[in-house]
Design a protein around this ligand. Structure first.
Ligand code: PMP
Ligand code: GLU
Length: 386
């Protein structure tokens, strides 16, 4: 069979592949603690489940317009206006099958052969492949030692072929959140060099210590016009399996992505649209309880890692920690470390190399407290045995 080379050569998503491997081992009866999971270990809120059920029972599960049903686009525009503090209109919103679908749609719409796109390390696994699949070149920009954005390195990475930058605050895998100064400086640079900003804000509801969520759209009219926000239901509402997300951008951009999706994928799942509209209309009480619980676990895991002597920045958002394990690596790097950790200690994790950042591993704390404590004990025994 002759394949499209870009499709044939695309690697499996490392996060999904490692999660699947951990689940396989668990199904075989192994006592694996799965810290790969990029999904909340909570159920979708009760009101969301009720709304989905009632919608199915209504029998009216039909196609909606390809960019989403008007009432949901309106609700998302209202939600963004409230949470980001600048007005959004429904025509700027394109509802997608997931945040991943929104990101890929934007990249396929904006990136042409040979275009360079800046990715800030550590960068989420799929960004690299989405840009490559579109024919573009992902340019990885190193971060500061505290895993924050290095504005000088970003400026130095811009060439005449650079078209845009992808940012992710709070960051998967590091949990780092942009400060206001950093966001302002980034927006200024993008204006100066005429770059679009693809702002993946999927973890914006999972933010701790009173940290303010920063979005480029609040940094003036110019930044607002060159920014595409991507968000969705997966993380904030523990609705990963619903597969629903969106992008919001000036109609010129959201319209092109909407057209593309009308040909490639069609309207998003109508049940999930109903469920998402319910979640956004009034935030279910379960959401703040979940965020409070993540916050508690974050403190527990970071303290546990520091007791084991593993340097780890206290993440301000998301539900991952990204400790520095460089003192424990051999030539097999973070991938070898994760493989041994899984084989010898039955703790599944994701190597920093998957995020373009050697020397670290990503551990998700979307697990119950007892499992987190057990995982830390196993990690301690594993490190001591070496
Ligand atoms: N962006 C980041 C940074 C993520 O971690 C995820 C999680 N899978 C996504 C986007 C995609 O979310 P989803 O496709 O579940 O909406
Ligand atoms: N975002 C999650 C993660 O990083 C889910 C997996 C994925 O979609 O790749 O683990």
């Amino acid at each position: 069979m002759k394949f499209n080379a870009r499709a044939k050569d695309i690697p499996l998503s490392a996060t999904l592949a490692l999660d699947a491997r951990a689940k396989e081992l668990i199904a075989e009866g192994r006592d694996v603690i799965n810290m790969t999971a990029g999904e909340p270990d909570f159920d979708a809120p009760a009101a969301v489940r009720d709304a989905s059920r009632a919608f199915v029972d209504s029998g009216k599960v039909r196609y909606t317009p390809a960019p989403g049903r008007p009432s949901l686009r309106e609700t998302i525009a209202g939600h963004l206006s409230r949470t980001r503090g600048v007005p959004f209109e429904a025509k700027e919103v394109t509802v997608c099958h997931s945040a991943k679908h929104a990101l890929s749609g934007v990249i396929l719409s904006l990136v042409s052969e040979g275009d360079e796109v800046l990715l800030l390390l550590p960068a989420w696994v799929s960004y690299f492949e989405m840009v490559r699949f579109a024919g573009g070149e992902p340019v990885a920009v190193p971060c500061r030692p505290d895993l924050g954005p290095d504005l000088e390195a970003i400026a130095a990475a811009v060439t005449e072929n650079t078209r845009g930058i992808m940012i992710n605050s709070p960051c998967n895998p590091s949990g780092y959140c942009f400060t206001s100064e950093e966001m302002k400086a980034l927006c200024e640079l993008c204006e100066e060099r005429d770059l679009w900003i693809l702002s993946d804000e999927i973890y914006s509801r999972m933010i701790y210590d009173g940290t303010k969520h920063e979005s480029p759209v609040t940094y003036g009219e110019d930044a607002r016009k060159r920014t595409i926000i991507v968000d969705g239901a997966s993380k904030a509402f523990a609705m990963t399996g619903y597969r629903i997300g969106y992008l919001a951008a000036p109609p010129e951009i959201s319209g092109v992505v909407g057209k593309l999706h009308s040909q490639l994928t069609g309207a998003p799942n109508a049940i999930s649209q109903e469920a998402f509209e319910c979640a956004l209309a009034e935030e279910p009480a379960e959401v703040s309880d979940m965020v409070t619980e993540f916050d508690r676990r974050r403190e527990l895991v970071v303290k546990g890692l520091s007791d084991l002597g593993l340097p780890c920045e206290l993440p301000k958002g998301a539900f991952y920690v990204f400790p520095d394990v460089s003192a424990h690596l051999d030539e097999s790097g973070s991938m070898g470390f994760c493989e041994r950790l899984l084989e010898e200690a039955e703790v599944a994790s994701v190597p920093g190399s998957a995020f373009g950042t050697e020397g670290h591993v990503r551990l998700s704390y979307a697990l119950g407290e007892a499992q987190l404590i057990e995982a830390l004990e196993r990690l301690g025994r594993f490190l001591n045995a070496r």
